[in-house]
Design a binder for this molecule. Structure first.
Ligand code: GTP
Ligand code: MG
Length: 204
């Protein structure tokens, strides 16, 4: 049976590190030697996770940050239960685009849970780049959203924590869980009906 219980979409300007975040989370890897390749349209992957002893399948849509693909990106917001909007703390430009992504998202999925993610923490910690977005600006913007994380896809810091928080929040959402249970029941029924139908045919 193939299904995703929760749909998560990643948004943010190009080069902020969305694809790297997904690859670190799903495949536990980061390769700084591979040259940057911008995502075209969007990419999908899935991962099994647990919350409070329950199993969930998570579908993750990694969208393109390039303005070239903007018109297309909206398609991927639809039905999203949670969104991670990424920015680089060393780039005011990527921070300023957050408002744009939030508006775009709210226009399509009003009740989507939103998480901000300041990427490339290792570069800040190592002093390779300077923080351009002040912490208090981030804190005040995060109010009313579901959370904020500073992550590093290079070291893996806070990556699992971000996705686990999202899954825990989704699993604690009574209405969302009711929809998940309904969908599982529906899929079970379809599977039983399909098996019963298959028995009518003889393949020998
Ligand atoms: N040091 C460091 N580099 C990172 C990190 N995350 C991403 N990068 C680098 O930043 C560049 C862009 O990363 P991507 O993950 O491709 O960025 P993206 O947001 O998916 O870009 P688009 O697909 O164009 O929207 C790549 O060269 C990555 O290796 C990180 O946590 N630390
Ligand atoms: Mg990408």
């Amino acid at each position: 049976m193939s299904r995703c219980d929760f749909k998560i979409v990643l948004l943010g300007s190009e080069h902020v590190g969305k694809t790297s975040l997904v690859l670190r989370f799903v495949n536990c890897r980061f390769n700084a030697d591979i040259p940057y390749q911008n995502t075209v349209g969007a990419a999908f992957c899935a991962k099994a996770m647990q919350s409070n002893g329950k199993n969930f399948n998570i579908g993750i849509w990694d969208t393109a940050g390039s303005e070239r693909y903007e018109a297309m990106t909206k398609i991927y917001y639809r039905g999203a239960h949670a969104a991670i909007i990424c920015y680089e703390p060393s780039s005011v430009a990527s921070w300023k685009r957050l408002r744009h992504w939030l508006q775009e998202l709210r226009g399509v999925e009003e009740n989507c849970k939103v998480y901000l993610c300041g990427t490339k923490k290792d570069l800040l910690d190592g002093g390779y780049v300077c923080r351009e977005v002040p912490e208090d600006t981030i804190a005040s913007y995060t109010q009313g959203l579901c959370g904020h994380f500073f992550t590093s896809s290079k070291t893996g810091e806070n990556v699992d924590e971000l996705f686990q928080k999202i899954v825990d929040d989704c699993a604690a959402d009574v209405q969302l869980m009711k929809n998940v249970e309904d969908m599982r029941l529906q899929l079970q029924k379809e599977e039983v009906a399909f098996k019963a139908k298959s028995k009518d045919y003889c393949f020998c």
